[in-house]
Design a protein around this ligand. Sequence first.
Ligand SMILES: Cc1ncc(COP(=O)(O)O)c(C=O)c1O
Length: 427
Amino acid sequence: MSDFLTRHNDLLAPVLAFDTEIHAVKAEGLWITDVEGRRWADFSCGTAVTNLGHNHPAVIAAAHRQLDNLVHSGCIVRYDSIVDAAERLRAITPPGIEKFSFANSGAEAVEAAVKLAKHTTGRQGVVVFRGAFHGRTMGALTYTTSNARYRDGYHPVLGSVFVTPYPHPYRWGMTEDEATDLSLNELHMMFKHVVTPKNIACFLIEPVQGEGGYYPAPARFLEALRATADEHGIKLIYDEVQSGFGRTAEWFASDHFDTKPDIMAMGKGIANGLPLSAFGSSSETIDAWPRGAHGTTYGGNPVSTAASVAVIDTMDGLLPHARELSKRTFERFNEMAERHPTIGDVRGLGLMIGVELVTDRPSRSPDAEAFKHVEKHAFDRDLIVINCGPDGNVIRFIPPLITTREELDWAVDLVDEGLDSWESKGA
Ligand SMILES: Cc1ncc(COP(=O)(O)O)c(C=O)c1O
């Protein structure tokens, strides 16, 4: 073990599950360089964050300019970059999302979004959807059900959080319509047997379930939630922490649907690696939240918000390219699915693509070993890919938006070869 890893292990809590042992010293665009000069293309985007690639020059320049002038406010003084960032967010978020507040992490933005819903409705119940990931702080953890082991050691979690199924057509062996009907029926049974809607402040949902396995919500499911929310005065919150900022080849996953949220949480790609998150709603809702009912020391930091402005200005021109890349990637994976019996399902939106690996198609049994094989095959050939899903068997294919078609083909080829060698081992 290198001296560096020995010191790392000696000094840092082992609780954080690093995916690799790469000792990185520099990163630029697709590429991360380690201390010995070896490079890997980062198709993890630092867990779905660096959508513009690492150290995008426009983002770094904006952060540098801000660093030279004003680094911190702590809610004492006001500054341009936070207003500029909010102005950009108003322009790109769905209609009805008009005013914003900033935080530091996705979990914080989600928790604040729920606090906003609770305070402004005067209700305490929260409905979440099984398989969701909303973060690891105690509130967000309570909303998270992508994997039961995340809660091990932390029970009891918060009260009055009601978990109901999110449609998982592939896993349930159903059509999308059947899975949607089942989930809606369960929601209505919950309202009949467990809690009445008048206690519910919000539905909290990822329009594309991320960590839970890259499941886009069926449009009809979101429409029914919208109708139920409107009928009962419930706020509909979209957690777009992972699905935002070009990840689905649109600004937000919401852009793929007619159904719009009342409140939206954002993070990850918002500042391409600087710590920042945000949440927003209509002016009417957020203005009803009294001064001092929520707060933050670092949220909306001047440097992070300056970076975010540059992210949004840069990303605008990249979305058409992202759509082309998405089309190409789906074509390639769908063609591969015809040849590889290990591929059970290819799904997602834009460049938020999940390729589910199974031992065999009829059983749909998750095959985490197949993923590990593909991951290693790619890693040994300079490509980082990560997984998602509670069984660790879904390739989470999330190229940076700056990836060229040639680089994309190279990465998909590595997955293809990895599956070839996995399947020939089994034969
Ligand atoms: C949809 C979603 N919400 C919330 C979070 C939590 O974000 P953070 O890790 O920045 O707290 C994540 C992180 O993966 C996420 O994917």
